[in-house]
Design a protein around this ligand. Structure first.
Ligand code: CU
Length: 226
């Protein structure tokens, strides 16, 4: 091998090593930046700052029997449905839970844990109109809730059975306790409308500002019967 071609080869080899090293260094730097949250990828870009809490009360005697769902309306970002299906049980001729919030796109398992057959459906005009037909004990049927809004649940065999699925855009929601208190944690900082839904009351809305690490307090009062 002459000296010229040897130099050429050494140069080519050095260039390759340098390129590989540069690629490695850049990848490592990008990885570190992503891992430490300095830069973000895709839709996760919004929620880097730690969230705040919204706490308060829905002031109505109705909520002691009929819990209200308090939820943050329209939070920027995408909130994919959970991989594990939420569950709506039927036992002792009662739906359990009575009010269930689910993310848009969620598929809910409707189990029959009772001793009799049920026929779960929702009325016309619901955010999801469906009819599961009559099905027996131990059977599970599923419904995918692909549109935001209220879905009353009925059973055509047992008119006394009633429940509600609320299809929501984001996971920042909470049911009130018997006294009407609620708490929603880890809400991304921002300015929102907070809504209170109740099967017996007209839906109401109030502005709320959520700041990182702080608690905002909201009280809903003077609620009107539906
Ligand atoms: Cu039934």
């Amino acid at each position: 091998m002459d000296k010229k071609s040897k130099t050429k080869r050494t140069f080519a080899l050095s260039a390759t090593v340098l390129t590989l090293f540069t690629l490695f260094a850049v990848s490592a730097a990008v990885f570190t930046l992503v891992a430490t949250g300095v830069i973000t990828i895709g839709q996760e870009a919004v929620a880097q700052q730690s969230g705040g809490t919204i706490k308060g009360k829905v002031n109505s005697p109705w909520v002691s029997r009929y819990p209200a769902m308090v939820y943050v309306d329209k939070v920027p970002g995408q909130f994919p449905a959970p991989k594990q299906n939420p569950h709506m049980g039927q036992k002792g001729l009662v739906f359990d839970p009575h009010v269930m919030g689910v993310l848009e796109g969620s598929t809910v398992d409707f189990t029959n844990d009772d001793t009799v057959a049920h026929n779960v459906s929702s009325p016309p005009g619901s955010a999801k109109v469906f009819n599961l037909g009559l099905y027996g004990v131990g059977v599970t049927k599923t419904v995918t809730f692909d549109k935001l809004g209220e879905v009353p649940l009925l059973c055509s065999v047992h008119p006394e059975m009633s429940a509600f699925v609320l299809v929501l855009q984001n996971p920042y929601f909470a049911l009130t306790d018997k006294s009407g208190n609620f708490e929603i944690k880890d809400v991304p900082p921002g300015s929102y409308q907070l809504k209170a839904w109740d099967e017996k009351l007209k839906e109401v809305s109030q502005g709320v500002v959520v700041e990182s690490g702080k608690t905002a307090t909201v009280e809903f009062k003077d609620l009107q019967k539906r």
